[in-house]
Design a protein around this ligand. Structure first.
Ligand SMILES: Nc1ncnc2c1ncn2[C@@H]1O[C@H](COP(=O)(O)OP(=O)(O)OP(=O)(O)O)[C@@H](O)[C@H]1O
Length: 306
């Protein structure tokens, strides 16, 4: 479990993390989302003691990271996949980490296998692609068999097979009862991986929500209606104040009337309905609406069009 309370980080005059509070429980994947510069990496760095908070606290299993006696066995983190000794092989990199923490060499082979790097284990890590480096970073994070796993943008640089692999790995780690916090700026990726979402913008909490709750927050006033008597139904709905468009024959897109009212009007006028479907917002729409005011880097043309 990770508990963040009032966490704040200032860099000079600017504030990167601004009084954040949220909890990451075990047993599920929690997606940590926000536009570029929102403060995700800084928050993760504070959780593992790499940045000192200007205020507030981040606890891992009830204790600040630095106070854990064997931190690698509590928290495994991948923050920067390229932060490895370039001249060392993948195996030597992991062996060095294992030896400084008293782990058996056998554990290195296990994690190399778990991330699919056995075949290149003796190649220099400096020559690895970003995707291979991500796998090596994940191997290092898993070395101490930690109860808490924190990964910063782990899908960066992975090919589609790699993306699928990481999705399954994260779900498996959560199913084993671990606490899994994974950051991304891509809602579409998180929607397929995480059950819970913590969304931040400009260092502040925007939402702490399940995927389903987030979609439900965005109300879209449009109902798709299919009827063999579409023309008659259209007249009735328009008379009651609806705006109606039709893209396909027999199918009406209706705004301005509740779905119940549409159904009721159809019944009163003895018109058959084959379909009555309120439109759901896509997760991407929900995310864009939520973070709209927090996007730091946006093209001026996009701003004026918005
Ligand atoms: N060491 C630092 N010194 C000064 N400013 C910093 C430092 N580290 C981060 N920042 C600033 O803090 C803010 C948050 O950055 P952070 O990297 O945490 O965001 P992020 O959500 O991880 O973004 P991204 O998705 O682009 O990685 C940014 O405005 C960034 O420029």
């Amino acid at each position: 479990m990770i508990e963040i309370s009032g966490l704040t980080k200032r860099f000079g005059d600017s504030i990167a993390v601004d009084g954040l509070s949220f909890t990451v429980p075990p047993g599920q994947v929690t997606g940590f989302l926000g536009p570029n510069g929102a403060g995700k990496s800084t928050t993760m760095r504070m959780i593992v003691g790499l940045d000192r908070p200007s205020g507030g606290a981040a606890l891992v299993n009830g204790v600040a990271y630095a106070q854990h006696r064997a931190p690698l066995c509590e928290v495994g983190a991948l923050l920067d996949a390229k932060a490895v000794h370039r001249g060392r092989s993948a195996r030597k990199h992991l062996l060095a980490l294992a030896q400084t923490h008293g782990f058996a060499a056998k554990r290195v082979d296990e994690v190399l296998g778990a991330v699919g790097l056995e075949a290149v284990a003796d190649r220099r890590a400096g020559g690895f692609s970003l995707g291979m480096s991500q796998r090596l970073g994940i191997a290092a994070a898993l070395l101490g068999d930690p109860a808490v796993v924190i990964l910063d943008e782990p899908v960066n640089g992975l090919d589609p097979d790699g993306v699928l692999w990481i999705r399954n790995l994260l779900k498996q780690l959560a199913a084993e009862g671990r606490t899994v916090l994974v950051s991304s700026h891509l809602m579409s990726e998180m929607a397929m991986t995480a059950e819970h979402l913590v969304i931040i913008g400009r260092g502040r909490l925007l939402a702490d929500t399940s995927v389903d709750e987030l979609i439900a927050r965005v109300v879209v006033d449009r109902t798709s209606v299919r009827s063999p008597q579409a023309a008659e139904l259209r007249d009735v709905l328009v008379r009651h104040g609806a705006r109606v468009t039709s893209e396909a024959s027999g199918v009406l897109q209706v705004s301005g009337l509740a779905v119940e009212t549409i159904g009721e009007l159809a019944r009163q006028h003895d018109l058959a309905l084959y379909e009555l479907t309120p439109a759901r917002a896509s997760l991407e729409q929900a995310y864009m609406e939520l973070t709209d005011d927090s996007v730091e880097y946006r093209d001026e043309r996009e701003r004026s069009a918005a």
